[in-house]
Write a protein that binds this ligand. Sequence first.
Ligand code: ZN
Length: 300
Amino acid sequence: MGYILGIDVGGTNTRLGLVSEQGELVEFVREATKQYNIEGQALPLFLDVVKRYLQNHGEGRTIDAISVGFPSTIDKERKVVIGTPNIAGLNNIPVVETFEKEFGIPVFLERDTCLILINDMEKNHIPPSGVTIGIYYGTGIGNAISIDGKIFTGKHGVSAELGHIPMRGVHGRCGCGNESCAEVVACGRALEHIMEKHFPNEDISYIFSEHGDSEIILQFIDDLAIAAATEINILDPDHIIIGGGLPNMEGFPRHELEARIHKYARKPLPDEDLEFIYSKEGQESGVMGAAIHARHQLKK
Ligand SMILES: [Zn+2]
């Protein structure tokens, strides 16, 4: 029985785990990303982390493939990490070529958000046919689109950047360098700015339960909805998954978000038939998604 080594690279932690053919996760560990996010040395240092993991946890086990998710832009062929805004050193690194040479087994590379969507589709028994979108309101806005079981990549591999649709009236520099991006007002980072300005010294964990009906928070929810409705009106998706840290916070007004998405959705359709599936990501979702993705690829 073989395992997939799933790896989920995050800004703070890199999670690794072995997933069996039956989908059982074993030897799940977290490593600090700062061990290897060093300009010019990231790839060999990251390789060392993986080698050490396999020495400690892979002994006596067959590893069928390695599957890695990065919070990055990835090339269309899914071989090279092009750029990672929040992690130093992870730019233009040929992960697949390097790892396949080192380990001699198939290696798969994907954007982390796409792996979360793949995991959510599996967990919610969503069939591959049709269009499924994942909108994840976290530090930024994560987004992924699956069409007939394939991740939609676009011409250059950088599609599904819902956080960077321009919105009128929005002014402020986005992490991407542009101004007026949805992410300037509609994500966790934006909520932190709202906290600083309107609710200084309060605990962000209780912002929705304490101030969910305040005008400024309702405006924030409205901005989240505008982003979601934009994609929904373009794609008329079969399934809509909403996740990320924000919708899972205490008191987050899901009904308010849904009402506002309906407000902006085209009438009568798709508005009349929107169904929202909430994702409850855990620590292991990225690793599990990576393994499911690898199994799908190996079958091809
Ligand atoms: Zn942007």
